[in-house]
Ligand binder design. Sequence first.
Ligand code: 5AD
Ligand code: SF4
Length: 479
Amino acid sequence: MLYNHNPTLTDVPKAIDESRQGETVYWEQVMPGPPSRKRFYIESYGCQMNFSDSEIVAAVLAEDGYAPTRILEESDLILINTCSIREKAEETVRKRLRLFDAVKRQRPGVLVGVLGCMAERLKKKFLEEEKLVDIVVGPDAYRDLPKLVANAEDGEKGINVFLSREETYADISPLRLDSNGVSAFISIMRGCDNMCSFCVVPFTRGRERSRDAFSIVAEATHLFEQGYREVTLLGQNVDSYKWQNPETGKVVSFAELLEMVALVHPHLRVRFTTSHPKDMTDEVLYTMARHDNICKYIHLPVQSGNSRILQLMNRTYDREWYLQRIEAIERILPDCAISSDIITGFCTETEEEHRDTLSIMERANYAMSYMFAYSERPGTLAAKKYRDDVPEEVKKRRLNEVIHLQNQISLRHNQADIGKTFEVLIEGDSKRSKDEFKGRNSQNKMLVFPKQPGLTPGDYVRVRVVAATTATLLGEIVS
Ligand code: 5AD
Ligand code: SF4
């Protein structure tokens, strides 16, 4: 799962959003916001799935008459969509809650709600420990928010952490927050059945379930009509997507879904994340090869390069099997970039086993990785079965080695692109200058290049790479 290392405020939409009727409408039009209208403010932490869920929450609240605000101090309802994946993620949330407390004290009547994984993990404890939290809502209970908010307004604290086997929010049209109007996320499944021993997700997000394939295609089509040019299919384990059509009994696999979305329009790019190596079949790779608009980029978390550690992690593959998947990608999709998630210092990991992680990174030639020191999470299989026995400073040192190596590999990977020309989807102005655009190539690399008149975000351009850093390719438009 892609992870946001520096969680920032989820910006409330500046520009366009979609209406349920299928026409482009501006936020100001959707939300004329008479002064009496109640306002909600939402912050999101953690994975893309959480950011995507916040867009569902925003849609549910908008339907209930709430208008969004970016200004914490003017909100009537403060929501924080939380992450439990590592202890640090939870600490960040607790810090923010203390700040919200101060706002609450200044403006009595303001409600604070905790959403997402931490809500699910801590349940009632949240209301007991954090006295000033009014509402606690787990990832499958967002439809219940209006009722919980109404009760809280009457002074009754509310909690719903029911985990569902069916909920996919398929019928809710997300209210696009912080949108660049070019790329959007589409949630295609929820939950996770994998039971990796380090991971809290199966406990906080429940059982795996796939969303109606036709509702996904409809959402992608709708986004394309709105001017979006890139969709990322989201889930904790997208490549195990499997949806059975209740009318025909036919089962749609992930490869088939990818194809259905790719066929929406050749100018709509399709990405997906996160994949589990065990489900990354040749069928998926061949489907990617058949469609130019399915981006040639796979996030394929390895976690560790050592087979014994992988077994303790319950990843269900070993080093050789993972490398055989890498070979399949190289064979079927020669221009595909691969990225990874890596954990250092998992229970009982030795120096030699750590070096296996370094060597698999070299072999897989990851374009980039998200790298973490192991953080024991209460209730997980690892917490129950193994001792968290690698000292903190060893975990950190190994993490630094992994980061150092990834920086070298990323730079090499990027330098190999110098002189190549890529099709780039323009996303907007570069961070540095209004005279430059930024956009990604199919391999998910960010390119920065001088603007040319007549081009706008959402356009495709051909860009030749002239220089590279670890994180960015610098280029120029070729006509
Ligand atoms: N400690 C450290 N990293 C973790 N991840 C998941 N659980 C933990 C944990 N307990 C990492 C994995 C996963 C990514 C989203 O976060 O690498 O792929
Ligand atoms: Fe996402 Fe996992 Fe964090 Fe939940 S715990 S927000 S699923 S990364």
